[in-house]
Design a protein around this ligand. Sequence first.
Ligand code: SAM
Length: 282
Amino acid sequence: MLSYQHAYHAGNFADVHKHLTLHAVIDHLLRKKSSITYVDTHAGRGLYPLDAAETVRLQEYREGVIPLWRGRQALTNEPLLSDWLAALASAQPDSSQLTHYPGSPWWMGYRLRNGDRQWLYELHPGEHELLAQQSFQEAVERIHGDGLKGLMQRLPVKTPRLCVLIDPSYERKTEYLEVAQTLLSVMRKARHAVVLVWYPLLPAGRHRELLEGVRDGGLRKVWYGEFTRQAPAEGQRGMVGSGMLVVNPPWGFDERLSAAMCPVVDHLGTPGVYRSGWWVEE
Ligand code: SAM
């Protein structure tokens, strides 16, 4: 099917939640020297000009990255969030103006060190073509293909550590279960991998298939963080929240991220709630 294009949603509240979580995890992983393979199974096009026709059409960034960018001077006392905003500034052609929103390939790879690797999978030919036009370091491989199958074919990796982001568009209802099954298979082949999964909170509650699949499959050390924006009204169809799972989360990461999410919740206009904790403990 592949009709989803992330450009319509770039910089929205779910992107902020997802990329801040990713940033927090990677910040912790980089405290150790051993090299890492980063895999982004659903990479998108990598960089989103905020004045692109698709992005301007829905303007979801107005309730996402924009209020945080505008309030950034007042947010300097929150270390993780101000670090994230400084990284965002460094992704801009002119660091004083927010003109582009960087996607997960950038957030995952902008601090790539010697010996680290990054694999970016994207199935949509147009999105892959745009990703191929981005300039990345030599250690970044862009693959036009199915990210979940591609990842499974290449495990185990050659580096001592592995970090994976699984961020599908969930256009097909079966994707929730496919993600759960892939997650279980990844953890069988790479027990110590740190794996992040993004999922939407929709009134239909389909994400529960993913969460229950993970728990019933016997995975341990599964952390979740959910950012809910508003109570779903009867008959409402749109996304009301953003969820993240992290398998094998780094120690201390939850406290740092929760502290950073407090001002995010306060800044984004629509009333919201953030909660996090173990989905399945050790
Ligand atoms: N991860 C990106 C980010 O945070 O900037 C956004 C990714 S977007 C939610 C999902 C992407 O997955 C779309 O670009 C879509 O074309 C792509 N996609 C859909 N099915 C895929 C598959 N089986 N394998 C790889 N990419 C796929």
